[in-house]
Design a protein around this ligand. Structure first.
Ligand code: PHE
Length: 544
């Protein structure tokens, strides 16, 4: 208001340091005053009521010691004041002086008072030599306190700075002129166009606040990865660190052929039941796989081959061409392994299979000569969603995540698989692991992996693994000495072992199960649309 009123009378303010803020006796020359004025100027500027120019100056401010001198006089003045005049009263010894004015003042003040000729010696003591003094330091500092400057000039200022009584700082002052919307009324402009304003017509005369496109806006709250995604990232990093390449897993829909047949899962296997697998009604059939490969797969199922007797059950093309939601990511692994074997089948390789392979691997022919049969070793992994036909309830979901790895090389052994699993789980922080023989249609031997759960104080199953059968690998075209081992686990289970999200799915092939005893008694508080955002942000998992 002061600025507006002054402008109303004078139309410009040449120097804001000459304004007198109401309630103050002195003009607003100090740094603090100019800061206050700047705030007002900016607010008026945003309403286009004024325009202003800034002028930089270097000004000075008092230190604590400087302020004390303004109030109580300089050290030398205090020393002088404490002493009796010459010939009147008994002189003070230096020790008595110290007692009166304090150590610091006595020490600093005595020298200066001597130099100024204010005091002198009488016997062992000290006395005043002059009846009055002019405390220049105090006067200078007073000037600085009220104006930020000193007329006496730079030399004195430099001296006061050296004595640590003042500090230099950048100051500002302003010249102000009327703006395009100048008025002496500071009524706040409207920020919102309301229904009332529209109906009453008040909007026509209202003043609206301008948009400030330079405003920084309210800071956004930090986001957080869902605990499962966080753990997925961790596991992905473990794989990458171990030299694995990530498989493409974007096709949730697979055919019975790729999800089961290619893996030598018998066509009558219970996992292929409607109760366990979601089938698609439209489209009715999958596109046929490459005919020669299809023939080899159906052969090994129905009649055997590659050293196997097969299942000796009639082959159903209908079963093979059904479309379904993949029940495991091993379907994706089958695609990749088939691609990896392309060169071994004598196909020209275009696309991604070679991209995932590691170097060249040769084999010896009958004469012991090295030859390239097209096989390329590979280490592949995936972490993605799988689907099983479960009735959804508090402890069951119809979809969950699988972590899967496959390693293909010549002459791998079961010991390689076991050794590998130990390293892998170790990297996930699971140190105690145990293996138990198990059965999978596509692996032989197969091993279930158990980890010791320190909180539950017992062994829990964390994964399933094995060495892929020749009935699966050889129809793809892999040479006989190539072994592929693979393993799968749920993403949710190791997360539980780490006691981060206290929930779990069982790795039982046809029963993903969440155990309520681990703290979360409804899986839907973790996955799905009912997940609470705060719950995720405060989950310890996101703080890894
Ligand atoms: N597909 C298996 C499962 O769903 C896991 C697995 C993958 C086992 C690869 C062996 C080899 O449980």
């Amino acid at each position: 208001q002061l600025v507006l009123d002054t402008l109303d009378v004078k139309s410009t303010i040449d120097d804001t340091r000459l304004l007198t803020i109401p309630g103050q006796s002195q003009p607003a020359a100090s740094h603090e005053d100019q800061i206050t004025i700047l705030g007002a100027l900016n607010s008026l500027l945003s309403r286009e009521m004024i325009v202003y120019e800034t002028h930089e100056i270097s000004s000075h401010a008092l230190t604590a010691e400087g302020s004390q001198i303004v109030n109580e006089g300089s050290h030398e003045a205090r020393v002088w004041a404490a002493l009796p005049e010459k010939g009147q009263g008994s002189p003070l010894t230096p020790i008595q002086l110290k007692k009166q004015v304090g150590d610091e003042t006595a020490k600093v003040g005595q020298g200066r008072a001597f130099k100024n000729g204010w005091i002198g010696k009488e016997g062992d003591g000290l006395v005043k030599l002059t009846a009055t003094i002019q405390d220049v330091t105090q006067i200078d500092l007073q000037e600085i306190a009220s104006t930020g400057m000193l007329k006496a000039g730079e030399k004195t200022l430099a001296d006061l700075r050296k004595r640590k009584l003042i500090v230099q700082r950048k100051g500002q002052w302003f010249t102000v002129r009327k703006g395009s919307s100048f008025s002496t009324s500071t009524a706040k402009p409207e920020t919102d166009l309301t229904v009332d304003m529209l109906t009453s017509g008040a909007w026509k005369t209202s003043k609206f606040k301008k948009y400030n496109f330079d405003a920084e806006g309210t800071p956004t709250e930090g986001g957080a990865l869902h605990p499962l995604l966080k753990v997925r990232e961790e596991i992905r990093n473990i794989f990458l660190e171990m030299g694995f390449a990530e498989m493409p897993t974007s096709s949730f829909v697979e055919s019975g052929f790729w999800c089961f047949d290619a893996l030598f899962v018998p066509q009558q296997h219970p996992a292929r039941d409607l109760q366990d697998t979601f089938y698609l009604s439209d489209p009715k059939e999958a596109l046929p796989p490459e005919p020669e490969y299809y023939k080899r797969v159906s052969m090994v199922h129905e009649h055997g081959g590659f050293g196997s007797t097969g299942y000796r059950a009639p082959w159903s093309h209908a079963e093979s061409s059904k479309l379904l939601l993949r029940t495991h990511t091993t379907a994706s692994s089958a695609h990749m392994l088939y691609k990896l074997a392309a060169k071994c089948r004598g196909e020209k390789v275009v696309g991604d299979a070679d991209e995932f392979a590691h170097g060249v691997s040769t084999t010896d022919d009958a004469e012991g000569k090295e030859q390239d049969d097209g096989f390329r070793p590979a280490k592949l992994f995936s972490i993605d969603r799988v689907f099983r036909n479960e009735t959804m309830d508090a402890t069951h979901l119809a979809e969950f995540h699988q972590v899967e790895g496959v390693v293909a090389d010549r002459n791998l052994t079961l010991a390689d698989l076991i050794g590998f699993m130990r390293v892998f789980f170790n990297k996930m922080g699971i140190e105690k692991v145990r293996f138990k023989p198990a059965y999978n249609p596509y692996t032989e031997p197969s091993l279930e992996i158990f980890a010791f759960h320190p909180m539950l104080d017992r062994w829990v199953e964390v994964g399933n693994s094995g060495m892929f059968r020749p009935e699966m690998l050889e129809p793809m075209g892999f040479p006989k000495d190539v072994r592929v081992h693979g393993w799968g686990l749920s993403l949710e289970r190791p997360t539980m072992i780490r006691q981060v999200i206290l929930c779990a799915f069982s790795m039982d092939y046809d029963q993903p199960r969440l155990s309520s005893r681990y703290g979360i008694n409804n899986i839907r508080t973790l996955v799905g649309h009912k997940v609470s955002i705060e719950g995720i942000e405060s989950s310890p998992a996101v703080m890894f």
